[in-house]
Design a protein around this ligand. Structure first.
Ligand code: TRP
Ligand code: SF4
Length: 405
């Protein structure tokens, strides 16, 4: 297995749900464009994850995949810096998912909060399926495949990274030991003498069963004092206190995506399901119209009524898009009714359209040349697959599954 530096690696995926909007940009995508310069990044289209909820309508996925990839590229995600790929094009994800499923207790999956929440939320769909229960496990396979230390996700996905850590721990515990590790450890314990052996076993049990950190410290101190055991045995027994062997699949941490809190045109959070979005690639005229019709402080009925920016979603956009001078102008003008809402929206409109011009310019090249997008993804899939094969080969080896060749 090639060695990788988990702390330098980032993996994240997005379900292909259609065209992305400014909420996606100011949340996830701008974060990705930063991370791609600081880490070795793998970003992928989680099309199988989309299938867990859209199995009854899989034909919408294809268009959504390409639209989303063009939005990534438009937003500045750079295929020269990050590896971009499509989950289903790296079928190793399915094999790792299957192998991990063998050792995943059902209760762990049933307890993931999104399992019940989503079933509740998407009542019209039958999500009492095997695939949907396995959603977080498929995500674990996505993550562990790349041995990545960091997973940028929103708050709703943190529990999926958590279960991934538990799966990794269990996997390493089950398969991360050399053959005979246990016997060697037991033989080393015996060399410490009856009294110390008993003490060590007690401390180990307290740590493993109750997570007692004090027991861990005491057990380590005990090993340090031992004169009768070799350095190798001592190392072995250090590892044995915590359960075992070698780290094959490193435990990832979530890297919480800073919340954008971008309001939609109706003042609620911008989201496709509220139909209040401004798309990443949207024609300027349409953007102007949406902003002009945008909800303002309801107390400002007439131009002469003073308003309160804190009660106005337009202000929240100013807070993201405008410089200090403009913000001061809004605050003062709104509270003293010296500007009207349309005046207030004007500079915002310009800023949003200016930002989107960059997106639209980048996107045009890809929109006009679908083959270019296809080949970017071909190349990314190839690169991802090299990593995936490497990990999977090691997984098969430690699980004793190499006999088939
Ligand atoms: N479940 C994630 C979401 O809905 C998408 C996803 C799939 C993902 N696999 C992943 C995110 C692996 C991070 C890492 O947003
Ligand atoms: Fe909102 Fe601006 Fe109108 Fe004040 S002036 S209510 S901040 S749109």
């Amino acid at each position: 297995m090639t060695s990788v530096e988990p702390q330098q690696r980032v993996i994240s995926g997005m379900r292909p749900t259609g065209r992305l909007h400014l909420g996606h940009y100011h949340g996830v995508l701008s974060n990705w464009t930063r991370l791609q310069h600081e880490y070795e990044c793998f970003f992928f289209v989680a099309d199988w994850h989309a299938l867990t909820t859209h199995y009854d309508d899989p034909f919408s996925i294809e268009e959504n995949v390409w639209d989303m990839v063009i939005d990534w590229l438009a937003a500045g995600v750079n295929p020269g810096s990050a590896t971009l790929f499509i989950q289903s094009r790296v079928p190793e994800h399915a094999e790792l998912h299957l192998l991990l499923s063998m050792m995943t207790p059902l209760g762990w999956l049933e307890r993931v909060p999104s399992y019940k929440d989503q079933q509740e939320k998407l009542k019209e769909k039958d999500l009492a399926t095997y695939g949907f229960l396995g959603y977080p496990l498929l995500q674990s396979a996505d993550i562990l495949m790349y041995r990545a230390g960091h997973v940028p996700v929103g708050a709703d996905q943190v529990s999926h990274v958590e279960i991934t850590r538990e799966i990794a721990r269990r996997f390493n515990h089950l398969y991360g030991r050399d053959p005979g590790f246990e016997e060697q450890a037991e033989a080393a314990i015996a060399k410490m003498g009856k009294k110390n052996a008993k003490l060590y076993r007690n401390l180990r049990r307290r740590f493993l069963e109750q997570g007692d950190e004090e027991a861990l410290d005491t057990a380590r101190a005990l090993l340090k004092e031992q004169q009768n055991i070799s350095i190798g045995d001592r190392e072995r027994l250090y590892g044995y206190i915590e359960g075992g062997g070698k780290v094959i699949l490193p435990e990832p941490q979530s890297l919480l995506t800073p919340e954008a809190r971008l309001p939609g045109t109706d003042g609620q959070k911008m989201s496709k399901s509220y139909n209040n979005t401004i798309f990443l690639r949207e024609e300027p005229d349409s953007v102007s119209q949406k902003i002009r019709r945008m909800q303002t402080d309801p107390a400002r009925v007439r131009r002469s009524d003073p308003g309160d920016p804190d009660k106005c979603p337009v202000w929240q956009l100013h807070a993201i898009y405008s410089d200090q001078d403009t913000q001061d102008w809004v605050q003062h003008g709104c509270r003293n009714a010296t500007i009207g809402c349309l005046d207030c929206k004007k500079p915002l409109e310009e800023k949003v359209i200016e930002e989107q011009k960059v997106f639209r310019d980048r996107a045009r090249e890809y929109e006009n040349n679908p083959d270019l997008v296809r080949s970017i993804m071909d190349e990314g899939c190839d690169r991802a697959r090299v990593q995936a094969r490497d990990t999977l080969q090691e997984v098969r080896r430690v699980m004793g599954l190499e006999y088939r060749r």
